[in-house]
Design a protein around this ligand. Structure first.
Ligand code: ADE
Ligand code: ZN
Length: 334
């Protein structure tokens, strides 16, 4: 029997959205070096190869340390504009018609001390510039960093809600869940919803499936980033299915951060089999030596998923996005 050939061009040209990518995690080695030079910061390695090597992680805390190093290199409006624009053009070449950027708003405003307007205006300028250049649509999802605590989440909400922009559609949360259980993050999500924002949350990535339940029941998450732990918890699987809540899954990220032992044992095929609505994202692509199309290729190669499943991922990414019904209709019929 001959091996099926991966339909690279069919998948590339399928209209698709990317719902799980972090703006700061889209910074490649060249840009990191340029930003370090601009800001007079000693880079962690001298050349592109060195930075690519530095983009490898012992574990999740080690990853977060490096991710926040990259965050700290983004200081000016033009820095945020540059990385948003660059990523959107890359995504466009991979057949993405729409991208929803997660942005570490708590970290920038509360830890670094940037004014939210610097982050917002820069990211919006990059989105507008890319839309003019190639027509790609994009929206923004400010993310809370729960390791900074609930008071910091509230201060982030003050900043974000004071300057709402039509491109800001949802509130998200990433990072470790240690402080979820004893501190009040619920009211940050309540405030977001009261202001008309949608809500999403990272959960069940490294942590147990109970994170997913908590994200849905306490934070009102409408989409779960990762959610891979659901496969081992029938009750949580049932909750995701009953509420038709999609998981934005990133296999290369899960492998790079050792949430799975290897790509062949990633639960993606079992999640599909269980009937979950799945979209694929690249999370922090250069950090994980991946890109959006590589996630589709991984699903084919390691997950043994074929065209129909991959086209479902692409279609789901559009239907589950926070774009307007008109835009979704246009992309789905293009
Ligand atoms: N922030 C950036 N990447 C992340 C990930 N994979 N999980 C949680 N938070 C993140
Ligand atoms: Zn993520």
């Amino acid at each position: 029997m001959t091996e099926a050939t991966y339909p690279a061009e069919l998948i590339r040209s399928a209209p698709k959205a990317e719902l799980h990518v972090h703006l700061e995690g889209s910074v490649g080695a060249e840009t990191l070096l340029a930003l370090a030079e601009d800001h007079g910061v000693q880079p962690p390695a001298r050349d592109v190869e060195g930075i690519r090597d530095w983009y490898s992680f012992r574990d999740f805390p080690d990853f977060l340390e490096r991710y926040f190093f990259v965050c700290r290199l983004l200081k000016r409006r033009e820095d945020f504009q540059r990385v948003a624009y660059d990523y959107l053009l890359t995504a466009h070449h991979q057949g993405a018609v729409h991208v929803e950027f997660h942005i570490s708003s708590s970290y920038h405003t509360q830890e670094v001390g940037l004014d939210w307007s610097v982050v917002l205006e820069g990211a919006v300028a990059g989105c507008e510039q890319a839309e003019q250049a190639c027509g790609i649509s994009s929206l923004l999802i400010p993310d809370l960093s729960p390791h900074l605590g609930a008071a910091s989440a509230q201060a982030t909400m003050d900043a974000v809600l004071a300057q709402l922009h039509p491109r800001v559609v949802a509130l998200g949360m990433g990072g470790p869940s240690d402080r979820w259980w004893d501190e009040d993050f619920e009211s940050a999500f309540d405030r977001a919803r009261a202001a008309g924002l949608r809500t999403v949350c990272h959960a069940g990535e490294h942590g147990p499936a109970k994170e997913i339940r908590h994200a849905i029941e306490n934070f009102g998450a409408e989409r779960i980033q990762h959610g891979i732990a659901a496969i081992d918890a029938p009750d949580v699987l049932g909750l995701l299915l009953a509420k038709k809540i999609p998981c934005d899954v990133c296999p290369a990220s899960n492998f790079a951060l050792k949430a799975v032992d290897d790509l062949a044992s990633h639960p993606l095929p079992r999640m599909v089999e269980a009937g979950l609505t799945i979209t694929l994202g690249s999370d922090d692509p250069p950090l994980f030596h991946t890109d959006l199309l590589n996630e589709y290729r991984i699903a084919w190669e390691y997950g043994q998923l074929r065209e129909a499943a991959l086209f479902d991922f692409a279609k789901n990414s559009i239907t589950e996005s926070f774009a307007t019904p008109e835009a979704k209709e246009r992309w789905l019929t293009s």
